[in-house]
Design a protein around this ligand. Structure first.
Ligand code: NAD
Length: 497
């Protein structure tokens, strides 16, 4: 059965890859103005599978001009009408779920089944924001006999710049809130995974008025950097690495006064107290690593800060769970993990692991390429024990399938260990003592905490980072409102001198 599905998926992928890949710009599908393209490489086959437009500064400027033209009519539309368009995105991607998941699997390397879940989640986010359309409201204050009220207005042109790890999810969810709020959006997908976003451009090409949604691919920083610096782009929404986020802040500040939100990296801790249930901890630590994406997920709890008395038991249970895991071609629906996105990521992870081993960490399982992999950027789920709090694998984001285990003893404060890194995106606390767990949750300097859980995102709850993990919140009403600015209006009914 799976062989047939695999063959069908491969055939459909070939068919889709043979398409003409084009930018979605000013209501039409177009090549880059200078005709340039760049190669897209399969992380499984290590071969070029497509050539997509390599947009230039001229294309970026054309997109901003089109968005600037489109914006007044889009902003004047009632929010509930705009919400219908965003709900339509949800219906379109659901109808094309298998194709979009297939492209993400081929292009990014995560298994097709899990990428289909990303499509479902994206549709749910669109519907959530569509449902909130009337919440872009103001309030009135009874100050005088006059009337004093606020209105929320969109910024205008939003640049949405996204990373490689959840290609269709970020492409879609970065559109939803700003569109509902009345902005036009120029989306820049990651160069490593441009295909599903370009396919989305095809699917949306007849849906929106020209210039309301545009999708530009490009290799390197040329296009996103131009968008950030463009004087007519006043709201920048970025998800990606801390390094690029800081660059964006600098560039935005050098070229104007712009609103910037940043969803950046993490080095998230799961803090385990001695009274926790080992099986529950092992299951949550496994889930929290997002191994299906080869650990390439920002919220992964990649530091297990565990009390010495539980550590051996939990690690043994995790190893049991990882044994027999199916790692292989991501378009084969029976596989549970695919390759890392590209050679750069693969080399980065390999480098981190070898350095940790040199520094004395013990490889509990994994540590390299699976024996079954003939080619591709595959890396086994890896657990490193005996990691010291100052080791590089304990403080830097690896963004791979590598869990660093830090054991603590009575007398240590595990929350201090959790807080000892520069990042603060997510965190997890395991204990059956509700007071202890809540105290720890409140003390962890991170934006999204699970008590006795991990990994799961709940639409409607603000997601975002403390410290070097970012600025702003998404997946919630805060995200919608962040695409509006507040204006106070006073109707004055008395004449004052
Ligand atoms: P990256 O920073 O290398 O690239 C992200 C995007 O930024 C790409 O589209 C890229 O073209 C663009 N870019 C590159 N240079 C730019 C410049 N000078 N100006 C503007 N844009 C520029 O990130 P990546 O390697 O694709 O993704 C991995 C990172 O993303 C990890 O650090 C991960 O933690 C983070 N991430 C964070 C979240 C979150 O919600 N906090 C979610 C997913 C990923």
């Amino acid at each position: 059965m799976n062989d047939t599905v695999l063959a069908d998926n491969q055939a459909r992928a070939q068919e889709m890859l043979a398409t003409q890949w084009q930018l979605f710009l000013d209501g039409g599908l177009r090549d880059a103005q200078n005709g340039a393209t760049f190669d897209v490489v399969s992380p499984h086959a290590e071969q070029v599978i497509a050539q997509v437009p390599n947009a230039s500064v001229d294309d970026a400027d054309a997109a901003v001009a089109a968005a600037t033209r489109a914006w007044p009519s889009w902003a004047a539309m009632p929010p509930t009408e705009r919400a219908k368009y965003v709900s339509q995105i949800a219906s379109i991607i659901e109808a094309n779920r298998d194709d979009l998941a297939l492209l993400d699997a081929v292009d990014g390397g995560a298994p097709i089944g899990i990428m289909a879940m990303d499509v479902n989640h994206s549709a749910a986010v669109c519907r959530y924001f569509a449902g909130l359309a009337l919440e872009t409201k103001g309030y009135s204050v009874p100050l005088t006999t006059g009337t004093h009220f606020t209105v929320r207005e969109p910024y205008g042109v939003v640049a949405a710049i996204v990373p490689f790890n959840h290609p269709i999810l970020f492409a879609v969810t970065k559109l939803a809130a700003p569109l509902v709020a009345g902005n036009c959006v120029i989306l820049k997908p990651a160069e490593a995974t441009p295909l599903s976003a370009l396919w989305l451009g095809k699917l949306l090409s007849d849906v929106f008025p020209p210039g309301v949604v545009q999708i530009l691919t490009g290799d390197g920083p040329t296009v996103p950097s131009r968008l950030v610096k463009h004087p007519d782009v006043t709201r920048i929404s970025f998800t990606g690495s801390e390094q690029t986020g800081r660059r964006i802040l600098r560039d935005a500040a050098d070229t104007g006064v712009k609103e910037v939100s940043l969803e950046l990296g993490g080095k998230n801790a799961m803090v385990v107290y001695p009274d926790a249930d080992p099986q529950e901890v092992a299951d949550a630590a496994f889930r929290g690593m997002n191994f299906a994406w080869s650990g390439q997920s920002c919220g992964s709890t990649s530091r297990l800060v565990i009390h010495e008395t539980l550590a051996d038991k939990v690690l043994n249970l995790m190893v049991d769970r990882l044994q027999g895991r199916r790692i292989g071609n991501p378009v084969d629906p029976s596989n549970e993990q695919g390759p890392m996105v590209d050679k750069r990521q693969f080399d980065r992870v390999t480098g981190f692991v070898s350095e940790a081993v040199e520094q004395g960490a013990r490889v509990v399982c994994g540590g390299g390429t699976p024996a079954t992999a003939q080619h591709g950027y595959y890396f086994e789920p890896t657990i490193l024990d005996g990691v010291d709090t100052t080791d590089r694998v304990a403080v830097e984001e690896i963004f791979g399938p590598v869990l660093s285990v830090i054991r603590w003893n009575d007398g240590d404060d595990p929350v201090d260990i959790a807080n000892s890194v520069r990042y603060g995106l997510t965190g997890s606390v395991f204990s059956n003592d509700v007071r202890l767990a809540l105290r720890a949750a409140k003390r962890i300097r991170a934006g999204y905490i699970w008590i006795n859980g991990s990994a799961r995102h709940f639409i409607g709850m603000p997601f975002g980072g403390y410290k070097a993990s970012g600025l702003g919140r998404e997946e919630s009403i805060e995200e919608l409102l962040s695409y509006t600015q507040v204006k106070s209006i006073h109707i004055v009914d008395e004449v004052t001198s």
